[in-house]
Write a protein that binds this ligand. Structure first.
Ligand SMILES: [Zn+2]
Ligand SMILES: [Zn+2]
Length: 332
């Protein structure tokens, strides 16, 4: 069982250093490469049907669940870490509990590439073209700081056999077409966070990971970064894919015959050899309350893609307000 990451040269606390696949000592700056993150070993999919029996439950550390009383968000943290703020809403009112016995441990991890500093500059660029509500300034609302957290992500591989009917236009005539094709689906992602997956803008950022670059899971990468407890289980994640998978496969049907524009596609699909990966992926998250509503902005910690919610208003002080906000980060 892992205890705490102590620096070998000074005994200080080591935390994960984004962009370097390393731990760094907070006192003396000593760095250590994390071997798992520079390994060439790919993260292998596992069989979906036997997941119950084969999934690992070993987090490589003594874990605790930290649950927010304000928004309900739950994260998994090293037991030795002090519980700070809720990364989802900034609240400091949190409860801690022991994790359930059957909570699955991740198979792979995408480490942070984007540093916290870089996250602010990405935000600064993003906010440039946005209108800000001038009332924000009046009410002196403030953005919280960006929190780095890992979010649970399942990916699915599955072999499909598809039969479909459709029609298409040729001149003035409508013609009928039927077809059959086989297609191997690879790394289809499902974010396993109810907290974040309910928003389309946020989801577009979280569906942007290069999942083939995932490394074998190591708790070292969690030093200083909490991990969200999955709130959508493996089976529910797969079941939630119905419409999206259908849409994706209809697109494949269209791709298999690009000369015709297919309309009204009806399809039946048989699925074989369903396999999955359970990854945790990095997010910089910033949230604030405004008008009793929680707004959330996220930055993909691997690719730097940003999006999120922002109060909409067409005030004339937009520019000024933006400068005020950025000024409070020393970026103006
Ligand atoms: Zn040190
Ligand atoms: Zn919260």
């Amino acid at each position: 069982m892992d205890i705490d990451r102590k620096c070998p040269s000074c005994g200080g606390t080591m935390i994960f250093l984004p962009g370097f696949d390393s731990l760094q000592c907070q006192s003396c700056g000593h760095k250590e490469i994390i071997p798992e993150l520079v390994s060439k070993v790919p993260v292998e999919e596992m069989d979906f049907l036997t997941a119950q029996n084969t999934a690992s439950h070993d987090w490589g550390m003594e874990a605790k669940i930290v649950q927010c009383r304000q928004c309900g968000g739950a994260t998994i943290q090293n037991k030795l870490q002090l519980s700070g703020m809720c990364p989802f809403c900034g609240s400091t009112t949190v409860d801690t509990a022991d994790p359930e016995k059957d909570i699955m441990a991740p198979m792979g991890i995408i480490p942070f590439k984007i540093t916290e500093n870089r996250a602010y500059y990405i935000f600064k660029d993003w906010i440039k073209d946005r209108f800000l509500a001038p009332e924000l300034l009046a009410k002196n609302a403030q953005l919280n700081k960006f929190y780095g957290i890992y979010v649970p992500l399942f990916t699915f591989d599955v072999y499909t056999i598809n039969r479909y009917t459709a029609h298409y236009k040729e001149g003035n005539r409508t013609l009928f077409k039927s077809g059959r094709f086989e297609h191997q689906v690879d790394d289809f992602p499902v974010i396993a966070s109810k907290q974040l997956a309910s928003d389309k803008l946020i989801l577009s950022v979280l569906n942007d990971y290069r999942t083939r670059e995932a490394k074998p899971y190591t708790s070292d990468a969690l030093a200083g970064f909490p991990c969200e407890h999955y709130s959508i289980g493996l089976t529910d994640a797969w079941n939630s894919l119905g419409n999206e998978m259908n849409f994706y496969l209809k697109n494949q049907a269209q791709k298999s015959d690009p000369s015709k524009f297919l309309m009204g596609i009806e399809m039946t699909t048989d699925y074989f050899n369903l396999r999955y990966k359970y990854l945790i992926v990095p997010v910089w998250i910033n949230s604030f309350f405004y008008d009793n509503r929680l707004f959330t902005i996220v930055i993909n910690g691997q690719t730097g893609k940003i999006d999120g919610q922002w109060p909409k208003s067409f005030g004339t002080f937009a520019k000024k307000t933006a400068l005020f906000f950025l000024g409070s980060f020393g970026l103006g």
